[in-house]
Design a protein around this ligand. Structure first.
Ligand SMILES: [Ca+2]
Ligand SMILES: [Ca+2]
Ligand SMILES: [Ca+2]
Ligand SMILES: [Ca+2]
Length: 721
């Protein structure tokens, strides 16, 4: 990489850093607040005037009719009335988000938990199922299309619907949700449980006329303990000429759903000229039952129509049917394509399989494993791990964790996490781990050593890291191990990726003072005062000439340098390091100039000599620190007030040699620390934003006051501290 490239990258970084603002997408959603019981005026404008869910869905007053987003406070919502036809009726596009504590001003403030907000059909006698609503939610897209982009149910539970009524009135389908006409909503982080129907216990969708499309999108959701005659959890139905019904299901778990007849979890029907072509990707079907006719996970009915089911990167296991052959899949006309999926017992005779897998998945029971829904974790040594086809990978798993982990995607709805431990060693020493087979070669100059651990072990993998310094050194932990300070050992809990650093520093800090300009008969006495020095101080007296006076300090101890010239001699201690302070980790090199006229330049940031410190000066200094010289330096330093590149260079070089531009006093003058702060100052920034992410790790001036005092008092800059 060229110096110029470095410079450009650096300058871009400087400006991004100092702007420090975030661009936020502008949305025009009209948000209405909703609570199980309305509060205040019930107009939904804020949490103290929360609407009831029914009035918000109906648009009972103009303010509610204009809602495009509903924020639901946590709690249980029942359709109003005791008629079994009571339902939460959705007839216009609405994004319905659950999980609010009540008080949030953004969706991001919610805790992901789909079970905190429950839309329940348990009307009538509480706990009695037979008098419950036929449909907890009814989505009817006949007057307005209910589409995925604008129609969302998110972070909530739909439970206790019981569609055991008449087929004529459609009260036999969709106990949880009945979704008809142009009905293509998105269900994200939804739990469907304890719903029942004759057809489609939790969700039934169909297009009704050829003009409508029915294509729901189900993501990151769990269907458990739903029941029906056909399609215990879900039924997609396209039963008639020109009708279509296709559902897309990603990262979703179906467990312990039952169909008395067929399709324990899912029943897909494309018959009499209809087309049903659902796609399931990274879905776990486990422990579903269809004892009557079979298809514990899936049943397909494609008589005189098209019923084509695609299943990818999924798990079908522990399901039961009427026979072993139909334990997972029943095909009654139509087709099931299983691509890179695990099916216990091997590829079902009725299905077509690409890369079939028949291994023990070691699924764990449905439980909370992170995310908004309960999931079935694959065991730490499961055959599901890294077995999926990367071409079908989703970007996250059901819990919202990134895929892939450990290089390849896992089968099913959950990606078992892998966390890296990275340890970076600098200085003289080594690091070892108590975990068997863990990091090795974590020694002097070896840079970073790494180790990978399972991220879903409960409780998390824990062990100890031990830093062993070379003689005369001590460890300083940083990164995720920063809390260990200078201890020899620290505990590591692999509940997240960990990046630790260990720096081994000398226990003794070098101290030197270069004295110039003392001629006989004049002399100067230097006193280094510190508790770290035996006797409390070290004294050196010099008559004439220049000398390097050196001593040792311990890190973290206070020090003070006292300079006492003989009468008639004037000496200056240059700006860095501070004349008194606390010993840092870097060596302290003082410059004491007693010459007349002074041998060293006074601190000045006015590089172009126009009488003030301005943006041109800051740019020139930053460019010089990035290594630019000659024409490039001159170009960066415009306007240069007539000074040429050599003059600019000579001025800055002398200032850097005198340590004046090491404004954070970390013992070095760097573009991305000292240079960045000067650019920010020249652009008018003041206070903490000047220092933010711009201090050297061993800086001695670490706050605005000390920085401003230095620049005002030593360098003559006009600032308001
Ligand atoms: Ca009831
Ligand atoms: Ca993986
Ligand atoms: Ca200037
Ligand atoms: Ca510095």
């Amino acid at each position: 990489m060229t110096i110029a490239t470095n410079y450009r990258r650096g300058i871009v970084g400087l400006f991004i850093g100092l702007l420090g603002c975030t661009l936020t997408a502008v949305t025009h959603a009209t948000v209405c607040r909703v609570a199980p019981s309305s509060t205040g005026s019930g107009n939904g404008a804020d949490w103290s005037n929360a609407a009831s869910l029914s009035s918000a869905l109906e648009g009972a007053v103009p303010s509610l009719a204009g809602c495009t987003e509903l924020w639901l406070k946590q709690g249980t919502y029942l359709p109003s009335g005791s008629s079994r036809s009571a339902t939460f009726l959705v007839t216009r596009p609405l994004a319905i988000y659950g999980g609010f504590a009540g008080g949030e001003s953004s969706r991001d403030g919610r805790t992901p938990n789909s079970t905190a907000t429950v839309l329940s059909g348990d009307i009538g006698s509480a706990g009695v199922f037979s008098d419950n609503a036929y449909h907890v939610v009814t989505m009817r897209g006949d007057t307005q299309a209910l589409t995925g982009a604008a129609t969302i149910l998110d972070n909530l539970t739909i439970a206790n619907g019981n569609a055991d009524g008449s087929a004529l009135s459609l009260d036999d389908q969709g106990g949880g949700v009945l979704c008809r006409y142009h009905c293509s909503p998105t269900f994200n982080n939804v739990t469907f449980r304890n719903n029942a129907a004759i057809r489609g216990g939790a969700l039934f969708h169909s297009s009704v006329t050829p003009a409508h499309t029915s294509r729901p999108n189900i993501r990151n959701s769990t269907f458990h303990d739903n029941f029906a005659n056909y399609g215990g959890a879900l039924m997609s139905a396209a039963d008639g000429g020109g009708l279509s019904a296709s559902v897309t299901v990603d990262n979703t778990t179906f467990t312990n759903n039952s169909a008395f007849q067929s399709g324990g979890a899912v029943y897909v029907q494309g018959s009499s000229g209809g087309t049903a072509s659902p796609v399931f990707t990274h879905v776990t079907f486990a422990g579903n039952q269809a004892p009557g006719l079979g298809g514990g996970a899936l049943a397909v009915y494609g008589s005189a129509g098209t019923a084509l089911v695609s299943v990818r990167n999924s798990i079908l296991t522990m399901n039961t049917g009427s026979t072993t052959a139909d334990a997972n899949v029943l095909v009654n006309a139509g087709a099931v394509m299983l691509d890179t999926s695990n099916v216990t017992g091997g590829c079902p005779a009725a299905a077509s399989c690409v890369n079939p897998i028949d291994l023990v998945m070691a699924l764990q029971p449905l439980d909370w494993n992170g995310g908004a829904t309960q999931t079935m974790m694959v065991g730490p040594n499961s055959s599901a791990i890294n077995r999926a086809a990367n071409s079908w990978c989703t970007s996250t798993d059901q819990r919202g964790y990134m895929r892939p982990q450990a290089g390849s995607c896992d089968l099913g709805a959950v990606e078992r996490r892998s966390f890296f431990l990275n340890v970076t060693v600098t200085g003289n020493g080594s690091v070892s781990a108590s975990f068997p087979g863990a990091i090795s070669m974590c020694t002097t100059s070896s840079g970073t050593c790494s180790d990978i651990h399972d991220g879903d072990t409960v409780p998390p993998v824990t062990f100890a890291l031990t830093a062993t310094p070379a003689a005369g050194h001590y460890p300083q932990w940083g990164g995720d191990c920063v809390a260990a300070g200078t201890a020899a050992t620290t505990g590591i809990t692999m509940s997240a990726p960990r990046n630790c650093t260990v720096s081994f520093y000398p226990t003794a800090i070098g101290f030197s003072a270069l004295v110039t300009g003392v001629t006989p008969p004049y002399g100067v006495s230097l006193e280094l005062q510190s508790p770290a020095i035996s006797g409390g101080e070290s004294i050196f007296t010099q008559i004439g000439g220049s000398v390097n006076f050196s001593s040792k300090l311990s890190f973290g101890t206070p020090y003070s340098l006292v300079v006492t010239p003989t009468a008639g001699l004037a000496c200056r201690i240059l700006g860095n390091p501070p004349q008194s302070g606390t010993a840092p980790r870097h060596n302290l090199a003082f410059q004491v100039d007693c010459s007349n006229p002074p041998n060293w330049p006074a601190c000045s940031l006015d590089v172009n000599g126009n009488g003030q410190f301005d943006q041109a000066d800051a740019r020139t200094i930053a460019a010089w620190l990035f290594g630019m010289r000659g024409a490039a330096l001159l170009a960066a330093g415009q306007p240069s007030n007539g000074r040429d590149a050599d003059a600019l260079h000579a001025f800055i070089a002398a200032q850097v040699a005198a340590q004046h531009y090491d404004i954070d006093s970390d013992g070095a003058t760097n573009a991305l620390t000292d240079g960045l702060m000067l650019v920010r100052l020249a652009l008018g920034l003041r206070y903490a934003p000047v220092l933010s992410n711009a201090l050297g790790s061993d800086a001695m001036r670490t706050n605005w006051t000390s920085l401003a005092n230095y620049l005002i008092n030593e360098c003559g800059v006009s600032l308001t501290p």
